[in-house]
Design a protein around this ligand. Structure first.
Ligand SMILES: [Zn+2]
Length: 456
């Protein structure tokens, strides 16, 4: 008799047990517990464990719901005033950088950005990837593959969102400097998707400026047919006032109204920025159960404006956060700026706080929104979810003089990535005491590539 059945039963699973003094669970902060992690990287259970052998305070790693990794190379460049300085002059600088970048540069820059995300509290990333073709215009999937390799090497969880980009503005042809982003039609784009392996994909029609709105529904259906009906869809929308004005001029509708007319918005849709959404548009997004992806540091960096997140969340809307341009990567700081932007606009305090305080509900809300945006079981330290964990150091300056009741408020008000200790993705430690494996080599290669790309 073949002993196969017995072998199957006696197979020993590679369980990991990670014990923390405090863990932020869906039920709030719990004390002296361990996360039992299965060999698939998912949490199997929580069990009592005294002493916090693996760290002090464990938070669900923040999903980064919007990133352009290559733009990490632009941070600190383009800050000399030029005429009417605005988003649009920054965009010119971004095109110059983008058009020089090789797949090797992309790998080096994305790897550094992804390592920085892990050190900054993000354990998964939705990469909105539009720099497709080779610098000389030849098509190919090398740039996307470089992003996939960079994420694998860094150890961050990736949802790759290949971007469809066709026009240079509402009813405008694409410009020369946009050629690297452009697909001539759906067939070329579907062929590209077919060449990207070993990664979970989503779909990112770039914006209503870059995709003819009339073609969006058909295109989305064709992409979903290829990559799965549950794949998330992300789109930049209503980021700048000029975009709203141009949309009004071309269609006599605001951008989100136009989008909702063209496609059936639902929980798979993620609207990035939505900065200038009207009240009617906010209601459209809430009713559709779509997620609004906010990128507070980048929106401030680019001078976009402020989305009324207080109003939107109070009415039940879902938000996620993203590091977008990656000019500064810090999940804690994103949440702080998100709250402070609302305070400055309203000239009042505690805009996103509840009776649980500010930090805890805000961290939880951004994690839940991020999980929806990435369509992955992330953002929650509960059985069935991935053990993507960010730990806060016992000696974190921000937590001094606090206890469990106010840890999260203290962290969001006064903390930063400097307070992060170890970081785990799927139960695997990727950051130890703030340091990643291979960090020095990555930093050196990154500096070299950025200086080269930004040299005149
Ligand atoms: Zn973006």
């Amino acid at each position: 008799m073949r002993p196969q059945g017995r072998f199957v039963r006696t197979y020993i699973s590679m369980q990991t047990r990670l014990a923390f003094e405090y863990i932020l669970t869906p039920q709030g902060l719990v004390r002296d517990q361990a996360l039992v992690v299965g060999d698939d990287g998912r949490i199997e259970s929580l069990e009592p464990a005294k002493g916090g052998a693996d760290g002090f305070l464990a938070l669900p790693g923040m999903p980064n719901a919007h990133s352009h990794a290559f733009q990490r190379a632009l941070a600190g460049y383009g800050e000399v005033p030029k005429g009417q300085d605005s988003f649009w002059s920054w965009r010119e600088a971004m095109y110059r950088l983008a058009n020089r970048m090789t797949p090797e540069d992309m790998f080096v820059i994305a790897r550094e950005a992804f390592l920085d995300m892990l050190r900054g509290g993000f354990t998964s990333v939705a990469e909105f990837h539009y720099l497709h073709h080779m610098p000389d215009g030849r098509p190919g999937a090398q740039m996307g593959r470089a992003v996939i390799s960079a994420a694998k090497e860094a150890g961050i969880r990736l949802r790759l969102l290949p971007v469809y980009y066709q026009t240079g503005g509402f009813r405008q042809p694409a410009r020369d400097e946009q050629q690297r982003f452009i697909h001539r039609g759906a067939d070329d784009f579907l062929a590209l998707l077919g060449e990207l392996h070993g990664v979970e994909l989503g779909f990112a029609p770039h914006s209503l400026r870059a995709v003819p709105p009339e073609e969006l529904a058909k295109l989305t259906e064709a992409v979903r047919k290829q990559i799965g009906a549950d794949a998330p869809v992300h789109i930049h929308i209503s980021e700048q006032r000029r975009e709203v004005d141009e949309c009004q001029a071309a269609y006599k509708l605001d951008p989100i109204e136009l989008l909702a007319k063209q496609v059936k918005l639902d929980r798979h849709w993620n609207l990035v920025h939505a900065t200038h959404a009207s009240e009617a548009e906010q209601a459209l997004m809430r009713e559709a159960d779509a997620t609004v992806v906010l990128c507070p540091i980048t929106e401030a960096y680019l001078g976009d404006g402020l989305f009324p997140a207080d109003q939107f969340t109070a009415a039940g809307g879902r938000i996620a956060v993203g590091s977008d341009s990656n000019c500064r990567i810090d999940a804690i700081e994103e949440l702080r700026l998100l709250e402070y932007g609302q305070r400055l606009r309203a000239q009042r305090r505690a805009r996103l706080a509840t009776d649980e305080g500010l930090g805890l509900p805000l961290w939880r809300a951004a994690c839940a929104g991020g999980a929806a945006a990435l369509a992955q079981d992330v953002g929650s330290l509960a059985p069935g979810h991935f053990a993507d964990i960010v730990t806060i150091r016992r000696d974190a300056a921000a937590l001094r003089g606090h206890d469990a009741d106010t840890f999260m408020d203290a962290l969001v008000v006064g903390g930063s990535r400097a307070d992060i200790g170890d970081v785990y993705v799927g139960g695997q430690r990727r950051v130890r005491e703030g340091v990643c494996h291979g960090a020095e080599e990555s930093a050196r290669a990154f500096s070299h590539a950025v200086l080269k790309l930004n040299s005149v």
